[in-house]
Design a protein around this ligand. Structure first.
Ligand code: SAM
Length: 291
């Protein structure tokens, strides 16, 4: 798809570039905050699965409003990410213990007020496998969260509303007093993507943070905390101003606006994308000469 047609088709993509965000996902986090005030009083935050960095940009901008001191933001991703002022970056896999340890070490005993995770695996097309890997990412994010989040803190993570999602909600309720599922207006209705907004972190009194799987490794006997109200109904909240743009609509530029408009390059192109090698081969005409 050409740059102009994508700019015309996707208003959030166009606006992200106009406003200097590295990805259109920035609007999702901003719209979640509009509804839930997740940035209120936050001075320390962790951004998991952060590349290319639009959520870190949002955090950096919004958290500065909370204190005269620089906010502390740690961003992690498998991919390299172009630097952002005031954001500590770690390149690593969040499902690995070593990455979790690096994140924890940056807090040096202090705790985070907010952990966000926009993790999405490379889709294989094998539905069950994709759902399993996504679930592993959420669990890894929650594991890291249990190590670094202060009591009362907030955890926001991308989920895909698959068949087992109500179990996930119920299990998150063990760790947080409030769990909502949010669908920001900038997230396409056609996508099963949504975000869990878990507030007021309050782990069970005897819970010891560890990198095992806290949602699955529960004992199936009388000591299992998932009893009684284990199946909770989580409110579904659409957030973002309803007068704003609809992510599934096409907004054409009209008359003079269309004449004046010229497409812009992305604010931050990927610096080492997984498809880099393929592009190099294409440029060197490898595919045609191989035929
Ligand atoms: N929030 C980001 C932003 O606003 O720029 C966009 C995140 S993007 C949708 C999903 C990211 O998840 C990708 O950059 C990918 O590399 C990362 N990711 C997937 N699996 C991961 C893992 N196991 N550990 C760390 N990052 C991972």
């Amino acid at each position: 798809m050409g740059k102009i047609s994508k700019d015309k088709r996707d208003v959030y993509y166009r606006q992200a570039k106009e406003q200097g965000w590295r990805a259109r996902s920035a609007f999702k986090l901003l719209q979640i905050d509009e509804e839930f005030n997740i940035f209120q009083g936050v001075t320390r935050a962790v951004d998991l699965c952060a590349a290319p960095g639009s959520w870190s940009q949002v955090l950096s901008k919004e958290l500065k409003k909370n204190s005269s001191e620089m906010p502390q933001i740690v961003a992690v991703d498998l991919q390299a990410m172009a630097p952002l002022p005031g954001v500590i970056q770690i390149q690593g896999d969040i499902t690995k213990l070593s990455t979790a340890e690096q994140i924890i070490s940056h807090f040096d005993g202090a705790q985070a007020d907010l952990v966000v995770s926009d993790g999405a695996p490379d889709v294989t097309g094998l539905h069950d496998l994709d759902e399993y890997i996504q679930a592993q990412l959420i669990l890894a994010a929650l594991n890291i969260t249990t190590h670094v989040l202060r009591t009362g803190g907030t955890f926001v993570a991308k989920i895909f509303r698959g068949k087992d999602v109500t179990l996930l909600y119920a299990q998150l309720k063990i760790f947080f007093r409030t769990v909502h599922v949010a669908k920001p207006r900038s997230s396409r209705n056609s996508s099963i993507e949504a975000f869990i907004v878990c507030m007021d972190y309050n782990p069970p009194a005897d819970y010891v943070p560890n990198m095992a799987n806290p949602l699955m490794d529960v004992p199936y006997d009388a000591s299992n905390p998932i009893v009684g109200s284990n199946r909770v109904i989580v409110p579904f909240v659409a957030c973002g101003d309803l007068r704003g743009f609809d992510a599934d609509m096409t907004y054409s530029l009209d008359g003079s606006e269309a004449e004046r408009y010229s497409p812009r390059d992305p604010t931050q192109s990927p610096i080492s994308p997984p498809y880099k090698k393929a592009l190099e081969l294409k440029r060197s005409n490898f595919y045609n000469s191989a035929l």
